[in-house]
Design a protein around this ligand. Structure first.
Ligand SMILES: CC(C)(COP(=O)(O)OP(=O)(O)OC[C@H]1O[C@@H](n2cnc3c(N)ncnc32)[C@H](O)[C@@H]1OP(=O)(O)O)[C@@H](O)C(=O)NCCC(=O)NCCS
Length: 312
């Protein structure tokens, strides 16, 4: 029987997620809730759950709408398959078929795997064969490659000293709010601005941001999260695998005007050192293609993902 997420037992959904995915992708109840039903892009009409006659969940899908009302997006008519798990693929095929019917009636033209606002997945993880097989059978086109990078920060030292002339790297405070807003509007007005403003509001402060300051103004930011974080985003969704003293860095970006001076690398170093001083051991940076940039700091490729899109 197909039901929606309102009627479903979310503990059972969590349990199925954790049985379906390998150990490194295990999540907890908070991560599930924050990135599905608590997200205002969660699609209550198209997200579905299949239960058997004993009330046991056999499959679920979570669909999220394009966050077009919050910021510019690539395709406002696309939706996101943000999560899926099943005991048998046939149950998931039934859910997808119902969801596609609903979505087509609304004018939706394509489904992207992951990449949603408050995502679990930057793409399809390459090491979950049953998921790859299912998406291929459904007709998703797989392309491109993204990955997470990780390292233990216990032994981390920056590859070169952090510059102090002309430029300053430090944790932001409330007094930097105006300069930060100006920076985001100018440099990263889309998803990063929205995500970071949401995060500052939810966490109740600026201590999750390390800034690059040039001539007294914000010219770069790195988001940092550790075990004290209330609303884990990005790579922090894999905190169970990263261990008790987990940390996450990213997104990270600097003004176009000051790129190529070694300051982006220094900002990364400042962010990693701040995490280290807060007690972080295993640190993740998710959803990137910059293996060289991160590799200079000893961060190594871990999880690998591919983009996937289905025209409906
Ligand atoms: C990525 C970014 C933060 C780098 O900042 P930057 O100030 O230009 O980089 P730096 O000058 O400090 O370069 C640091 C090192 O990384 C290398 N590097 C910088 N950007 C790189 C890139 N895009 N790809 C590969 N290597 C890169 C540099 O060659 C340099 O190497 P070196 O230390 O041997 O000289 C900046 O380009 C940026 O904000 N880009 C847009 C946002 C973005 O892509 N963020 C990362 C998302 S995961």
């Amino acid at each position: 029987m197909i039901i929606d997420w309102r009627e479903a037992d979310h503990n059972q959904i969590l349990d199925l997620w954790n049985r379906f995915h390998p150990e490194r992708y295990k999540i907890d109840a908070d991560i599930l809730r924050i990135n599905t039903v608590d997200a205002d892009t969660f699609d209550w009409g198209a997200s579905l759950v299949d239960v058997d006659f004993d009330g046991d969940i056999r499959a679920f899908i979570s669909i999220k709408k394009a966050p077009a009302k919050h910021h510019k997006v690539g395709d406002p008519d696309a939706v996101h398959l943000s999560a899926i798990a099943f005991t048998d693929a046939t149950h998931a095929i039934d859910l997808m078929s119902d969801a596609k019917k609903t979505l087509r009636q609304r004018g939706v033209t394509s489904i992207l795997f992951g990449m949603d606002s408050r995502h679990f997945w930057p793409g399809v993880p390459t090491d979950v064969p049953q998921l790859n097989n299912f998406l291929t059978i459904e007709g998703f086109d797989l392309s491109g490659e993204y990955f997470d990078v990780e390292r233990d920060l216990l032994s981390y030292q920056p590859p070169r000293p952090i510059p102090t002339e002309q430029v300053e790297f430090r944790v932001l405070t409330e007094d930097d709010a105006r300069s930060l807003e100006k920076f985001f509007v100018r440099e990263f007005p889309g998803r990063w601005r929205y995500d970071m403003m949401w995060k500052i509001e939810r966490e109740g402060g600026f201590s999750g941001l390390v800034g690059l300051f040039y001539k007294g103004e914000v010219h770069g930011f790195a988001s940092i999260q550790d075990s004290s974080t209330k609303f884990p985003i990005g790579g922090a969704v894999w905190r169970s695998d990263l261990g008790e003293h987990w940390g996450a860095l990213g997104p990270i970006g600097v003004s176009q005007q000051v790129r190529g001076e070694g300051w982006g690398g220094a900002l990364l170093a400042a962010g990693l050192l701040e995490l280290k001083s807060r007690g972080t051991q295993k640190c993740i940076i998710d959803w990137t293609t910059l293996d060289e940039f991160y590799g200079k700091h000893g961060l190594e490729k871990s999880r690998i993902y591919r983009s996937a899109k289905l025209a409906i």
